[in-house]
Design a protein around this ligand. Sequence first.
Ligand code: AGP
Length: 616
Amino acid sequence: MCGIVGYIGPRNAGDIVVGGLQRVEYRGYDSAGVAVYEPTAGLQLRRSVGKLINLVTHLREQPVVGSVGIGHTRWATHGGVTENNAHPHRDQSGEIVVIQNGIVENYLELKGRLLEQGHTLHSQTDTEIIAHLVGNYYREHGSLEQAVRSALGELRGGNAVVAFSLREPERLVAARLGNAGGVVIGLGAGEHFVASDMPAILDHTRHMLFLEDRELAVITRERVQISTLAGEPVERAPVTMTWDPVAAARGDYKHFMQKEIYEQPRALMDVLRGRIDQEAGAVYLEDLTLSDAELRNVDRIYAVACGTAWHAALICKFMIEALAQVRVEVDYGSEFRYRQPLLNERTLLLAISQSGETVDTLAAMEEARSQQVPGVAIVNAIGSQAARVADGGPIYLHAGPEIGVASTKCFTNMLVAGYLFALRLAQARNTLTPAQIREHVQALIELPRKAAQVLERAEAQCEMLTEYYYHAGNALYLGRQVNYPIALEGALKLKEISYIHAEGYPAGEMKHGPIALIDDTLPVLCIAPRDGIYAKMLSNIEQVKARGGHVIAIASEGDTLLPDKVDHVIHIPETSPLLTPVLTVIPLQLLAYQIAVRRGCDVDQPRNLAKSVTVE
Ligand code: AGP
């Protein structure tokens, strides 16, 4: 999704804005631009198509000067990938510039009105419509703040906007409508920053303010004033981020994804820290606002998410139903609100999202809130929209910044967060005794070390497997019960970063269709830990081998039966059955990563993908 950065202060705005855009490159984009102002040079606009390096080259050839500016990386929604469509966009007078993240759903209606008024539009973007609307209202109000307020009052759809006028060079005006992606304001001494997300400005400050839906901020060198779009003043305390900018840097890893795969043991420790009491056999979720009585009242949970987070939701269903005996329905964020879900006073919504800004998941949360159904959010980004609108409280992943578009450490932390939530529910509903919870807590405590063991063992094996399979045209992933979603996740990892078509399937379903795919060109990844349905997995593996398929099995250490039946085995340590997915997914992450690298793919920024999908 689009990246937004703005700066006002004593320093070089062009450097700070471009540097911020580089920090959020992972958001996915196809063009970029900056606008910087200085009294003598005036308003200077530079825009380029393609990667940010093209804009940097453009700025080297035609530098900008000034200490106030805005910049943008665009992920095309309305209009093709051209310089003309790149942001920032200007109004009719050319004195106002605007950058935007989101979609103006009524843009055609607004465009028709502007054309009737004689406006000349130079792009096919909805953003330019916003700029012209602001310009219209500026002529009416003579104030940028009021002009932005009025212009946004006409927009439908989720939008984040930052505007600047050369008639009011001492301020930037930022505003947020709906869930188009965050607006975070960084607080400095005699300088302020605004961005779509924190890594863009973490190098300069850790003190942040977050705009909520339908809020506007006037940002000068000395002050930040927040108000509602209706004009009511808003008092908001800043949040101090603990994320160290260095932690967000790649370190000595080749890719962010590689770093984040290897960070999983530490991330698994962090998601547990302070939340388990082995002696008492108890679990604490510090930010959960629901009382034991409210947790006991719940008789159905809707777990809603997208992509990898949806796979985590499928696994949370197993955990919550087995440990807390509460029925769980799992739904895609993009489907939930359109199917009139049957919610009532005993329903709870469980949203799962690493970014906390996925528009479909946020819309599901809004749908639940509109029916007075409380929501809990399993989320990584502190202060994100999902974290703030979850009236049942956030359950933070504490995974640190996840920069690679393909989610890895946040996924395994989602599984543990879901397990903790299941135990917390079980504790409130007395479906487990403290002694039983103590056993589960022990299994959790051992998990980080076991994840580290898998990483140690699987790295070399996945390197060897990569040479066998990096040129494959297709791949099939099979798993059962709590590891069926891992088959889906393993397939998603491979396809989203190596562009090899891959499908995940319940192993028992293979004979109802996918078995027709089996031949000696097809690698089949079978997740077969020693659990209650191990024998069933074994017979599925034999069915694949009988048809000449290549089988790579993820098996429990000490399993001597499987190696004779398959082509390759990657062993994982034993753990509690419901926690095996935390370990079985790791070799699949590594394999997808190594195959993508071997194929020369852009691992951290795969084509067409964005880290946070803030448009429908
Ligand atoms: C996962 O590797 C993908 N990047 C994508 O499916 C992602 O999980 C999905 O867009 C949901 O993102 P969220 O967790 O930030 O809501």
